[in-house]
Design a protein around this ligand. Structure first.
Ligand code: ADP
Length: 308
């Protein structure tokens, strides 16, 4: 292409955009705001294009602080679309999304990185930096958010202890098992102690026993007060965990089942692990018989193994 054609084409595109007018705001929803929600979707739709159709259709629901929610549905049902909308990687075609009282539609581009600091994210494929150690992968999440070196030196070992990675500080990702790599990515997502953690198929690349360890870790983070939303197609695990389930089918919310009354009690992490394996819950111990680790419900030992 001739060098002069470039600016010409840009000017033409700009003129066409101006003629089309400003990008219309997504149509508003009439669903009232829920002041108690950490996440509220009000009539949210996402249409990619008319050939592929909708990724999400008129989704309306609220998630309250401290909930553990599974987002389930077959491949192509809209789980990733919803996750990406919550991260403001995508804009809805209709409706509004409110996270911690903020309407994401009103966040300016400049404010998006600040918003994302409050949302921890865990992916199926870990997304670790291959040429950095475990310690540096986690420290990096704090460096980019402007934490002081003193703060980083205090926080990183703490979160690596919580995730059972204290003996792996100086290893590189390719020296770790899949489960350990996913622990690093959970540590990285949690080191800022975000109020909200989103996990997109976090156990998709892991074997069943390793998956249980990761789910125990997410459960423990949830018990510490973080709202956790996990997208998965592992229905057996979801059934065993007995938490709230939002099911999508072809972009529609077809089920929103609150955890039954029988799950309202808080299991400790060992009881939770038994639930996940389909085993009977361990008999409760008397306070006087508990060791110091158990008193603090320390599910993860420093060697990275989960307690049973
Ligand atoms: P899931 O995560 O449940 O597999 P997705 O949210 O990825 O589902 O996809 C939901 C629907 O949206 C599918 O029909 C998919 O083809 C479509 N879709 C997803 N991403 C895009 C995209 N970038 N462009 C066009 N269509 C898309």
């Amino acid at each position: 292409m001739a060098a002069t054609e470039q600016p010409l084409r840009r000017a033409r595109t700009r003129r066409a955009a101006e003629a089309a007018g400003p990008v219309p705001a997504a149509p508003r929803s009439t669903v009232p705001a829920d002041p108690n929600a950490v996440i509220q979707l009000r009539g949210v739709s996402k249409i990619y294009d008319h050939a592929t159709g909708a990724g999400l259709k008129q989704a309306t629901f609220s998630i309250t602080p401290g909930e553990f929610v599974f987002l389930v549905g077959q491949s192509g049902s809209g789980k990733s679309t919803l996750m990406r909308l919550l991260l403001k990687e995508l804009e809805p075609s209709a409706g509004s999304i409110i996270v911690a009282g903020r309407d994401l539609g009103e966040l300016t581009r400049k404010k998006v990185p600040y918003y994302r600091r409050n949302v921890g994210v865990v992916f199926q494929d870990f997304k670790l930096l291959p040429n950095r150690t475990v310690y540096d992968n986690v420290a990096y999440a704090l460096q980019v958010t402007g934490h002081s070196r003193k703060d980083i030196r205090a926080k990183v070992p703490d979160v690596l202890r919580l995730t059972g990675l204290s003996t792996r500080l100086h290893n590189y990702p390719d020296q770790l098992s899949g489960g350990e790599q996913q622990r690093v990515s959970v540590a990285r997502a949690f080191v800022n102690h975000p109020p909200l953690l989103l996990a997109d198929e976090p156990t998709g690349n892991l074997d069943p026993e390793t998956s249980i360890g990761i789910m125990q870790l997410l459960y423990r983070i949830n018990r510490a007060g973080t709202t956790v939303v996990v997208a998965t197609h592992d229905s057996a695990m979801v059934d065993r965990m007995r938490r709230r389930v939002i099911e999508l089918n072809d972009g529609l919310v077809v089920r929103d089942e609150q955890a039954g009354a029988y799950t309202a009690r808080d299991e400790n992490t060992a009881e939770f692990g038994a639930l996940m394996r389909g085993e009977p819950a361990p008999a409760p111990k008397r306070m006087a018989d508990l060791g110091p680790d158990e008193l603090f419900d320390d599910a993860f030992r420093d060697d990275g193994r989960t307690t049973r």
